[in-house]
Design a protein around this ligand. Structure first.
Ligand SMILES: Cc1cc2nc3c(=O)[nH]c(=O)nc-3n(C[C@H](O)[C@H](O)[C@H](O)COP(=O)(O)OP(=O)(O)OC[C@H]3O[C@@H](n4cnc5c(N)ncnc54)[C@H](O)[C@@H]3O)c2cc1C
Length: 540
């Protein structure tokens, strides 16, 4: 089997660096693109003005303005991502109804918000939830509660409309599309032998116990040893050297953690497989993967379902810039348009990323400062491309829900209309995903939407040659600090473990507490924080 050629001899890092460097390099090698004259585009979904007001609010935080509007409640939740909304649900279930949720953006949901372009729904962040396993009993119960599954004598029966329809994934490699993300190779090849070695390693390591959410699983010295080394080093030491396998592992980590195997820990790599479907060499096992739950607008329906029972207590457009823990309670100040609100509460749940909690808390606990300082965060870009029709396609496997290109610096794209039950005619909506090295954050934030679009068009043109001609509208979001990267040592850091109990009247509810970000982690951190606060306030 000939080795596939990468489309470019540049490394991913060089490619991104050149692309981000500016339009001269971007357009230097590309054909003239007429889309630049025709296409409507914009950055959306990130209220960076309000966000940066929080960052720059040192004066306001040191001397909160007099005349702020007075508000009070028993529990104030700051942030309405999955963690904050789950904390609110947990409070409500425990009998605490006097709470408020303050959210900086105009829409709740954080990284799980959705969007629409001319009536077509699409994601701007999270786009699927794997079927939760037995360790995620809380999540299973909630999915039953909101009607996505039924409890039957033989187990959970899922609502098939929301299970990802077939075909689920395809990879462009060697000039054609193949089914699935793992490069397919002859069964007697050296690569297949490496796949089998990985399958054995994952099965062996899996015996240590890997749970999703992580808080429901064991943490032993063997987990900590895995967490101490970079994934790239660990795979090398295990004898995994095949370029096709390494490219696949790198893709998996970039897709889930926003950074590749050189950056994440070996624990994160093993956890990726062992906490979910395991790993088996193609053709060796009848191990069909469970489908995932997905919607046209990604996980937005999950955020909406969490929000719905407490919708009247979620206040958007509120940027909290100072939180003061006192002896009798907590005070918080928030920008709300031109006003400032002054909230007094018995308890605050910080459901923001940890670095923001460390910034707005007047006296942040030492553990929080240390944990936030140790977290590197992956910047992401998610671009929704509205096309006037399906673009030309290469030969091989048909358009799937998730479509990736071997050797590309991007993570490919998702077909936002994949779950349609009727055949799709007319405009199409594709959602392209990119995770950038954290060293490129500033340049990403300074990029024009045109240059970002050029980057995407140049990448996807390899598989859809007329993409530029089909393009009508582009709505792009950049998440400058999207998610914590599970770098070596982060998950096992004593500071991170100490954060939840580090302040008497301030709790924390964010996926950051798990050292990486997925729905299950955010939900569980919110659930646990809400339960603990309710117990403290109700005395039971
Ligand atoms: C591009 C992308 C794709 C992803 N894909 C998936 C996926 O397919 N499946 C999956 O399970 N996970 C995915 N994730 C991970 C996703 O982050 C989690 O699923 C989950 O949404 C995280 O929720 P959270 O509550 O921990 O954090 P966040 O979503 O970060 O929520 C924090 C909230 O706090 C608010 N906030 C911040 N500062 C303030 C302030 N000062 N005042 C008030 N509010 C404030 C923010 O606006 C935000 O709403 C993806 C993430 C990204 C970025």
């Amino acid at each position: 089997m000939p080795r596939p050629l990468l489309r470019s001899s540049a490394t991913r890092r060089e490619f991104l660096g050149a692309a981000l460097a500016g339009p001269a390099i971007l357009t230097g090698c590309a054909k003239p693109d007429d889309w630049r004259q025709r296409v409507e585009g914009r950055w959306i979904g990130d209220n960076s003005v309000l966000g940066h007001r929080v960052r720059d609010a040192r004066d306001a935080a040191a001397h909160p303005p007099a005349g702020a509007r007075e508000r009070r409640c028993d529990v104030l939740v700051v942030g309405s991502g999955i963690g904050g909304l789950s904390a609110a649900r947990s409070l409500q279930r425990a009998g605490i109804t006097d709470f408020a949720v303050l959210e900086l953006e105009d829409e709740p949901g954080g990284n799980s918000r959705g969007h629409a372009m001319q009536g077509l729904r699409c994601p701007i962040g999270a786009h699927y939830l794997p079927l939760p396993g037995p360790q995620a009993g809380d999540i299973q119960d909630w999915l039953v509660e909101i009607g996505l599954a039924k409890s039957t004598a033989s187990g959970l029966k899922w609502d098939e409309r929301h299970l990802c329809h077939s075909p689920q994934e395809r990879l462009f490699i060697d000039g054609r599309w193949q089914d699935g993300m793992l490069p397919l190779v002859p069964r007697d090849s050296a690569t297949q032998a490496q796949y089998r070695l990985l399958a054995k390693l994952v099965a062996d390591m899996g015996r240590l116990g890997f749970a999703l959410p992580t808080a429901r699983g064991p943490w032993t010295s063997a987990h900590a040893a895995l967490d101490a080394v970079p994934a790239a080093r660990w795979v090398r030491e295990q004898g995994l050297r095949d370029p096709l396998l390494l490219a696949y592992l790198d893709y998996c980590c970039r897709d889930d953690y926003g950074a590749g195997i050189a950056t994440v820990s070996a624990w994160a790599l093993v956890h990726y497989f062992a906490s979910r479907h395991g790993f088996s060499a193609p053709g060796d096992d009848a191990n069909d993967r469970d489908p995932v739950l997905t919607w046209p607008d990604g996980n937005a329906p999950l955020a909406q379902a969490l929000r719905q029972p407490c919708a009247d207590r979620v206040h958007t457009g509120r940027a909290v810039f100072r939180v003061d823990e006192g002896l009798g309670g907590v005070e918080a100040w928030a920008f709300a348009g031109d006003e400032v609100e002054h909230w007094t509460a018995k308890h605050v749940i910080m459901a923001t990323p940890l670095f923001i909690a460390a910034r707005v808390l007047r006296a942040p606990p030492a553990a929080l400062v240390a944990a936030a300082g140790a977290q590197r965060r992956a910047p992401w870009m998610v671009a929704n491309l509205r096309l006037d029709a399906l673009p030309l396609d290469r030969v091989g496997a048909p358009l799937s829900w998730d479509n990736a290109i071997h050797g590309s610096p991007s993570l490919g794209y998702v077909d936002a209309q994949h779950q349609n039950l009727a055949p799709v005619v007319g405009p199409r909506l594709l959602t392209a995903y990119w995770a950038f090295p954290d060293s490129d954050r500033k340049r990403l934030l300074q990029m024009s939407w045109q240059d970002a679009t050029q980057l995407i068009v140049d990448d996807l043109r390899a598989v859809h040659p007329d993409l530029g001609e089909r393009l009508q509208q582009v709505d792009i979001v950049r998440h400058g600090h999207a998610m914590a990267i599970p770098t070596p040592g982060l998950r096992s850091s004593a500071a991170l473990a100490a954060v939840p109990a580090s302040a008497p009247r301030v709790s924390f509810a964010h996926a950051d507490l798990s050292a990486y970000s997925v729905f299950e982690e955010a939900f569980t951190r919110g659930e646990d924080a809400g339960r603990r606060v309710a117990r403290a306030l109700l005395g039971r």
